[in-house]
Design a protein around this ligand. Structure first.
Ligand SMILES: NC(=O)c1ccc[n+]([C@@H]2O[C@H](COP(=O)([O-])OP(=O)(O)OC[C@H]3O[C@@H](n4cnc5c(N)ncnc54)[C@H](O)[C@@H]3O)[C@@H](O)[C@H]2O)c1
Ligand SMILES: O=c1ccn([C@@H]2O[C@H](COP(=O)(O)OP(=O)(O)O[C@H]3O[C@H](CO)[C@@H](O)[C@H](O)[C@H]3O)[C@@H](O)[C@H]2O)c(=O)[nH]1
Length: 472
């Protein structure tokens, strides 16, 4: 019988939004395991090691406390990838898997070059047997490709490959990791594969009840991750589709969410209509799913899921167009204040944020945009705009960026504005002195609430003309 390996040394390759928080919580919950998180990005590792916990590279409620507890005890951040691989019994791969921007599958397939590089490095460095855990989100059957690389380019060490996708959501990552709905572990059906699964189950059992740890075959685990994100995003697109109909008919989308969510077969979560979903995962993972379906010659299935993204693009466009239409068909030279830039509250992540695309459309209509976000840096905002407006960096880029001003204070962002657009649902927006904002704005004072976070009644009483998503 194959012996189940007791894990005392873990390495995680990739110190990003998943690798950092996930390993911090494993280290917190398993003080007997040495956890080393490695990355090729030196600045990122320096930030993870910074004595000032406000400088951690990721903003996530509760993260700093967990890092403070475990760092230097059994949690380490390092750029020495080879040493960490060499010492570890179990290696989590948590590197980025963005949408391909070139060649075959451009704009659709996941780019697995970083995954492949990790596999080659692990194969080169390893002198003893290791369990490899896919934490990154990967297309179904990637474990097969990993196995081929690991077992044919190394120096004789044996590798067991597990799939254990991460389901944390940003903004709630620490609570999601400390109390996960489930942990999913997929492995081979062989005795060796089952033994590797048991080793990883034993790690999670330090804090997750066994009945919440689901074990499956590898392919099911890999495909469950893409499926989970597709289902979640589909709910948002479904309610956003209904929001458009609400605006035409006078129905209220929040009332509809409450009414349908009370049906236990539907459930109340992920029914919040918005300016459109963002984040690094939903769009990328659905595009990947669509690509896989086309690859396996399932065009009807591919078209079905692609519609979720088309609806999301429509929602972002509808929001921008409504601003232009309402401001008398042009925003040229008008000051539009943006509250929020992150793709959701409680994170500094802006990847695929709806704000970026709304800004692009307004800039193309020559608006002047004044942005305030409590956690996103000016540099990040400009990098985001550059990537969608003029990626090549032309004269036009200069023109556009003349028209973007990033503020540290929300009130100066809104002063003398023609309109305010709320793009992220930060709680602090509810607490502003809206009387003061109104007094200092141009009239009519338009407010477009892309998250339905501020109270319509109160603002309309003050004098604002409020436009919400999904309210007729
Ligand atoms: N962000 C999320 O909320 C989330 C949640 C669940 C799953 N995922 C998935 O997890 C994976 C990682 O996502 P992320 O948001 O943490 O990405 P990220 O870009 O924040 O972090 C990835 C890190 O990997 C590093 N890296 C890349 N190649 C490397 C190599 N060869 N050696 C060492 N380091 C390397 C990069 O420098 C980067 O710091 C993706 O597949 C993503 O789809 C993300
Ligand atoms: O009712 C809702 C719920 C979400 N959103 C938006 O949808 C996007 C994604 O939100 P959320 O899913 O909460 O955050 P992510 O961090 O992107 O997490 C998703 O993507 C991760 C990466 O794969 C998965 O691990 C998580 O389980 C999955 O929820 C954000 O723009 C939200 O504002 C809505 O508009 N309405």
């Amino acid at each position: 019988m194959t012996k189940v390996k007791t894990i005392t040394n873990i390495c995680c390759i990739g110190a990003g939004y998943v690798g950092g928080p996930t390993m911090a919580v494993i280290a917190q919950k398993c003080p007997h395991i040495k956890v080393t998180v490695v990355d090729v990005n030196e600045q990122r590792i320096a930030d993870w090691n910074d004595a000032d916990l406000n400088k951690l590279p990721i903003y996530e409620p509760g993260l700093a406390d967990v890092v403070a507890e475990a760092r230097g005890r059994n949690l380490f951040f390092s750029t020495d990838v080879d040493q960490a691989i060499d010492e570890a019994q179990m290696i989590f791969i948590s590197v980025n898997t963005p949408t391909k921007t070139y060649g075959v599958g451009k704009g659709m397939a996941a780019d697995l070059k970083y995954i492949e590089l990790c596999a080659r490095q692990i194969a080169k460095v390893s002198k003893d047997d290791k369990i490899i855990v896919e934490k990154s989100t990967l297309p179904v059957r990637t474990a097969e490709a990993l196995s081929t690389i690991l077992n044919s380019t190394g120096n004789g060490a044996n590798f067991d490959i597990l799939s254990s996708p991460e389901f944390l959501a940003e903004g709630t990552a620490i609570s999601d990791l400390q109390k996960p709905d489930r942990i999913l572990i997929g492995g081979d059906e062989t005795e060796k594969g089952q033994s590797a699964i048991k080793s990883l189950v034993a790690v999670y059992e330090n804090w997750v009840p066994r009945e919440n740890i689901i074990t499956t075959r590898v392919w099911s685990s890999e495909l469950s991750k893409l499926t989970a994100n597709a289902f979640l995003a589909q709910r948002v697109s479904s309610i956003n589709a209904i929001s458009a109909l609400c605006e035409k008919t006078g129905a209220d989308v929040d009332e509809i969410s409450r009414a349908i969510g009370a049906d236990s077969r539907i459930g109340s979560k992920f029914l919040k209509s918005s300016v459109g979903f963002g984040g690094s995962c939903f769009q990328k993972d659905i595009l990947n799913l669509v690509y896989l379906c086309r690859h396996f010659n399932l065009p009807e299935v591919a078209d079905y899921w692609e519609q979720v993204i088309k609806m999301n693009d429509y929602q972002k466009h509808r929001f921008a167009k409504n601003i232009i239409d309402t401001l008398f068909n042009t925003v040229s030279g008008k000051k539009i204040a943006f509250l929020g830039w992150a793709f959701k509250k409680d994170t500094n992540d802006t990847r695929e944020s709806a704000a970026i695309y709304v800004a692009k459309e307004l800039l193309e209509d020559r608006a002047e945009i004044h942005i305030y976000d409590p956690k996103v840096s000016k540099e990040q905002i400009f990098a985001d705009l550059k990537s969608v407006c003029h990626p090549e960096g032309s004269e036009a880029t200069k023109d556009l960026f003349k028209n973007v001003i990033v503020h540290k204070d929300p009130y100066t962002a809104m002063q003398s504005a023609h309109a305010i657009a709320i793009l992220t649902e930060w709680d602090e927006f509810k607490t502003y002195d809206w009387n003061k904002v109104y007094d200092e704005m141009l009239k009519p004072a338009f407010l477009f609430d892309g998250r339905n976070v501020v109270s319509n009644e109160e603002l309309e009483k003050i004098g604002f003309q409020v436009y919400n998503i999904g309210k007729g």
